[in-house]
Design a protein around this ligand. Structure first.
Ligand SMILES: Nc1ncnc2c1ncn2[C@@H]1O[C@H](COP(=O)(O)OP(=O)(O)OP(=O)(O)O)[C@@H](O)[C@H]1O
Length: 216
């Protein structure tokens, strides 16, 4: 379970306080994926980052009683001066997983050849994305956090391979997707919320949420 209890978050812009969440309380239970609809710039990334523990609320409490992923496509957390092999093994140990398995899985999926044993700092942006995406798929979570749709790299063959694994994984687990369009979340979520002026309006169906979202 992932729970927000009276969570508030705002940013000072220099002239005013930009409110992202105003005393929001809601809960995501395993098995019940949630889509959050919100226009650009209203706080989708901030909410996902708070769920992942990358950002702190100003007030309120965020509780987690299951394994919550980092946001899919998140690039932080790897050490550039270490190789993909070293990073994969280190992160496997952090999560209490078999380092040989995580290394082998990543090596196979990202297909970086000899670069897998070279420092990540020597990779192109696309190669780094392939590695971090593979690493995320090597780990198992109860709730997956997705910011604006599926992460994609510029490598078509990789996207096909990784996309198929991701799709299967997400169908079996619980997903929180934040997006500015309903079509992004309809594949995985039945219930949805609309974020408006710092308030989250929860709906049992995506259809109801879409009606409010389109109306406003
Ligand atoms: N550290 C910060 N200081 C000041 N303002 C911030 C900070 N972080 C985010 N913001 C502002 O908070 C608002 C919400 O940002 P956020 O990135 O969460 O929006 P978003 O809905 O994900 O946007 P987009 O759809 O464009 O990706 C934006 O107006 C952004 O400029």
């Amino acid at each position: 379970m992932l729970e927000f209890d009276n969570v508030s978050k705002s940013f000072w812009t220099g002239t005013r306080r930009k409110v992202i969440l105003d005393q929001a309380s809601f809960r995501v239970e395993p098995g019940h994926s949630l889509g959050i609809l919100a226009p650009n710039g209203t706080g989708k990334t901030t909410i996902i980052n708070m769920m992942a523990g990358l950002e702190k609320p100003d007030e309120g409490t965020i509780r987690k009683t299951c394994r919550v992923s980092f946001p899919l496509g998140f690039m932080g957390g790897v050490v550039p001066r270490h190789t993909a092999r070293e990073n994969a093994r280190y992160i496997a140990r952090l999560y209490g997983l078999d380092a040989d398995y995580v290394e082998a899985f990543c090596r196979w999926l990202c297909d970086l050849k000899e670069y897998f044993d070279m420092p990540i700092g020597t990779y192109s942006a696309g190669m780094r994305a392939r590695f971090t995406f593979s690493l995320m798929l090597a780990l198992e979570f109860d709730i997956y956090l997705i910011d604006e749709g599926m992460p994609q790299t510029t490598d078509v063959a990789f996207n096909r391979r990784a996309g198929a694994i991701l799709y299967e994984r997400l169908r079996e687990s619980t997903v929180v997707i934040v997006s500015h369009q309903a079509s992004t979340i309809e594949k995985f979520c039945r219930s949805a919320a609309v974020l408006r002026d710092g308030r989250l309006y929860m709906f049992d169906t995506l259809e109801e949420a879409r009606r409010m979202y389109d109306y406003t």
